[in-house]
Ligand binder design. Structure first.
Ligand code: GLV
Ligand code: MN
Ligand code: MN
Length: 416
């Protein structure tokens, strides 16, 4: 199988311009983006991506979960496509690169192959996975999860947002609910380029992370019920303060994660306090505890300890507590052949690299269940992500997309 020559490089300026153009859609309040899944802004971002794909001569497939598949034909009609991509949706206070780099990096590969008239045996398909972030609709990686057979489509359609709107209805409303059966496509391989979202590559001065594993994740939604009452006139002994119960449980969450240091983390990023009025003691709180570790036994232990600690704390305070698992996946080991393709690509191109375990969840984590998969990472400034100040350099983005292209093209087999 021929490897691409080390002079084969993407057009870094064109990739950067596309990233900046996409970032104009759903601007945030502090220089980043708020382009949450299945909102009007998501629809606009999709339309822009589609127009770029059309201009690059790609045909677009759209499945019933809104996953977009832009295809460049290969020379062998029987060869399974090599897939590449990530997500265009963002956090409510998201950056310009989380997910977007992987989709537009995929498009840049196609543009480069078109410029140089390079043909591959296998088709190449650039994918935008719906609702990777999981903010508006838990869990994260919802649509790649349906694609991989982890969730049923009906369950996904029935997920509700903060305002009671269903995912399936909102997907239809923005006009991106397609006809294609979800998960019917078969893949030769899948590659995802992503920013690291952590500090290691920048600190070590490395251009590329070769992602060998992803840590596992568990989301438990906790509901604590007490009693709404007046903050001024309710005597201290008579209060049933669900907010205070949550504060004590969150202390326990922190301690549980620290008890497995350094390879475990835990926090609650989503918190709803009811009725959320300055002079009402909260009678109900709902929050989601996010625990992660590369070791499944550690994740299970943290989940159990949370239930024991929260039940104890709430029992002593006269509060009731209930738990619902709203998301999770086991630690992931990526495909050896695809990981090797990424590492060899970095070497061929002369980029410094190291192996990495992904701290974040990615669509690649689910797709790894149904196809040989690997990820490429590039550094981000101060390791900061899920923050509007998320930043990368043009050079880092270029190196990441170069490595992605070489791994993809080698796997898709150049036709001489
Ligand atoms: C996905 O973005 C996650 O890691 O939560
Ligand atoms: Mn992401
Ligand atoms: Mn993210």
């Amino acid at each position: 199988m021929a490897s691409p020559g080390e002079n084969l490089k993407i057009n870094g300026d064109r990739l950067w311009e596309s990233l900046m153009e996409m970032a104009k859609i759903g601007p945030g309040v502090a220089g980043g983006n708020n382009r949450q899944t299945v909102t009007d802004e998501d629809g606009e971002g999709r339309a822009l991506f589609q127009s770029w794909c059309q201009a690059a001569g790609l045909s677009m497939g759209l499945d019933q979960m809104g996953n977009m598949f832009a295809r460049r034909e290969g020379t062998d009609p029987n060869a399974l496509p090599v897939y590449v991509g990530s997500h265009l949706d963002t956090q409510p206070t998201g950056g310009k690169y989380d997910g977007v780099l992987g989709v537009l990096g995929g498009l840049e590969i196609i543009r480069t192959l078109n410029d140089l008239d390079i043909k591959t045996k296998h088709p190449i398909v650039v994918t935008n996975w719906t609702n990777e972030e999981g903010t508006r609709y838990a869990p994260a990686m919802l649509a790649s999860g349906v694609f991989a057979g982890i969730h049923t489509q009906d369950w996904a359609y029935d997920r509700v947002d903060h305002d009671g709107k269903k995912f399936g209805d909102e997907l239809a409303r923005i006009g991106w609910r397609g006809d294609e059966e979800v998960g019917a496509r078969k893949m030769h391989a899948f590659f995802e380029l992503h920013i690291e979202q952590g500090p290691i590559l920048e600190a070590e001065g490395k251009d590329i992370g070769v992602v060998t594993h992803g840590q596992g994740l568990s989301w438990t939604q906790v509901t604590i019920e007490g009693k709404d009452s007046h903050t001024g006139s309710t005597p201290m002994p008579m209060r049933k303060n669900a907010g205070l119960g949550m504060a004590r449980v969150l202390e326990a969450v922190d301690q549980i994660a620290w008890s497995h240091a350094p390879d475990a983390v835990g926090a609650a990023g989503h918190i709803d306090v009811f009725p959320n009025s300055r002079n009402v003691i909260p009678g109900r709180v709902v929050f989601t505890v996010d625990f992660r570790s590369p070791d499944i036994a550690v994740i299970r232990d943290m989940e159990n300890k949370l239930r024991v600690a929260a039940s104890d704390i709430c029992g002593q305070m006269g509060l009731s507590v209930s738990f619902e698992k709203v998301g999770g996946f086991d630690p992931v080991e990526f495909d050896e052949g695809c990981v090797t393709a990424v590492r060899s690509a970095a070497e061929r191109l002369g980029y410094s690299h190291r192996d990495l375990i992904s701290g974040a969840g990615h669509d690649a984590c689910w797709i790894n269940r149904v196809a040989p998969t690997a990820m490429v990472m590039c550094p981000c400034v101060d390791g900061l992500s899920h923050n509007e100040a998320e930043e990368i350099s043009r050079e880092w983005a270029t190196a990441g997309a170069d490595v992605l292209m070489h791994a993809v093209v080698e796997t898709a087999e150049i036709v001489e």
